[in-house]
Design a protein around this ligand. Structure first.
Ligand SMILES: [Zn+2]
Length: 473
């Protein structure tokens, strides 16, 4: 036991000495001896991965040739998976109420406009939280126009995950009800009032590089909106883009599929899915992102106003600003409107409401999983209580509790996320020609997805680093 601990420490030091935080040198690197999970559902015991110039040159069993001039790291007894992918995040959101005044208006303490100026120019702390959580790619499905600059900014930055983004959202919600989201300079959400206006937003987003066009819920009773949405969808198709829909009830989600949505960014949680829904989802090859934990995150954030916020962050990856805010959460209790609800009463009622929803979400996930629907791991990080990076772990735990096998969760957290981002060509699995994004684990993730938390190292485009160490500036 003592020896194996010593060996672990030695290997960790060996890996950090070899890489030392420098960009990957040209030349070969080889990882050998680990059990490799390739993201396609296969595992290779005692495997070999050869990497050159940040890309995978070869993956295979112990007979795979190792180039003579390769820097080789022995990872015997360890486990390698592709880098994780979170298919639903928001870089304009902080994980607390300061970025969601619609949920709790604390703008007297933290100015929303200043906050947006800040987060738009400081994505680095969240980038680091993702990478050091083993998340090497993320899909920002809703943000200000600046979020559409992140993919380029992040792509060749070894301190950032790869990013895809869908940009400003289109919604049926009337303009006066979404004013708290937009700033005086910038728009994150457009209330769609005509076909022409909807098409214009689609064209703007597309021109700025949006991977997907996000519709923030449908209003089936608003026939004008639904007609406008048809035109929006036609425009999305004309441009060769894809429609992403936020729809959490069955009627809306079914209609979204009829309209041709390619990604559903949340679970259906009002009722159990029908056979019609399953058939449509199958026919459309839709990607279903369950986001099982985000509503519990809101609950935890409200609870934090009175009781403080607890979070599990063993590698200390959460950035200082977020930690400071959450550690001081009780100072925002004054914004809770006590005239309406006693907070304990609110928490009690919300808890039992959420338990019902969580049950429906889990049942629907299992039904869709059993039906062979493509599912991607997604957290909705940035929402209050759902922190950038680390939230992928409880999300995967919740999927396992719903009945998905660890090996399939692994595929959903890697390959299927790349599919959602339209990056399966170069991300998501460990295969020749793909970018060398991977993580090293101490424990076997196919036994229980809990073992993903045993991550020791992350490799981003060939650069391997220990997750417990802060990135150098
Ligand atoms: Zn979201």
């Amino acid at each position: 036991m003592k020896n194996s601990i010593l060996l672990t420490v030695f290997l960790a030091i060996a890996i950090s000495l070899i890489n030392c935080g420098k960009p990957a040198e040209p030349g070969y690197q080889t990882l050998k001896g680990a059990t490799i999970f390739d993201g396609n559902g296969n595992s290779i015991p005692n495997g070999i991965i050869v990497i050159k110039d940040g890309k995978i040159e070869a993956v295979g069993d112990e007979s795979t040739p190792i180039p003579g001039n390769s820097a080789t790291i022995d990872l015997s007894g360890k486990f390698i998976t592709p880098g994780l992918i979170d298919a639903h995040v928001h870089f304009f959101q902080t994980g607390f109420f300061d970025s969601r005044p619609d949920a709790l208006d604390i703008r007297d303490s933290i100015n929303y406009e200043e906050l947006q100026d800040f987060v738009s120019t400081n994505p680095e702390p969240y980038f680091e939280s993702y990478l050091r959580s083993g998340v090497t790619a993320v899909y920002d499905v809703g943000g200000f126009p600046w979020s559409l600059e992140l993919p380029k900014l992040a792509e060749n930055n070894l301190n950032a995950p790869h990013v895809a983004a869908s940009g400003p959202l289109l919604t049926p919600v009337p303009a006066e009800r979404i004013v708290t989201f937009n700033t005086s300079k910038d728009t994150v959400m457009y209330s769609i009032i005509s076909s022409e206006q909807g098409k214009k937003v689609v064209n703007n987003n597309h021109a700025l590089g949006a991977t997907g066009i996000k519709i923030w819920s449908l209003n089936l009773k608003d026939s004008t909106f639904m007609t406008n949405l048809q035109s929006v969808k036609t425009e999305i198709d004309r441009l060769g883009n894809k429609m992403i829909v936020h729809a959490t009830n069955l009627d809306q989600a079914t209609e979204a599929l009829r309209l041709g949505a390619k990604v559903l960014v949340h679970s259906i949680d009002d009722t159990i899915v029908t056979n019609e829904f399953i058939a449509l989802a199958k026919g459309q090859n839709v990607i279903y992102c369950p986001t099982l934990i985000v509503s519990r995150g809101y609950y935890n954030a409200y609870r934090a106003l009175k009781y403080g916020f607890q979070f599990e962050d063993p590698n200390d990856v959460v950035d200082e600003r977020t930690k400071g805010l959450l550690n001081a959460s009780t100072r925002f209790m004054k914004y809770w409107s006590s005239e309406q609800y006693d907070i304990d009463e609110y928490l009690k009622r919300t808890d039992s409401y959420l338990k019902e929803r969580e049950q429906i979400r889990a049942t629907n996930l299992k039904l869709l999983y059993d039906a062979g629907i493509t599912i991607a791991v997604a957290t909705d990080a940035g929402n209050p209580g759902t922190l950038h990076g680390i939230s992928i772990y409880p999300e995967m735990n919740a999927m396992e509790e719903a009945g998905v096998t660890p090996l399939d969760i692994l595929t959903m957290a890697t390959k299927n996320g790349a599919l959602a981002m339209d990056r399966l060509d170069d991300l998501g699995t460990l295969e020749k020609g793909k970018i060398a994004d991977l993580i090293v684990l101490e424990k076997d993730p196919s036994q229980t997805i809990e073992n993903m938390r045993s991550i020791s190292h992350v490799m981003r485009s060939g650069l391997m680093r220990p997750v417990m160490e802060e990135f150098a500036d």
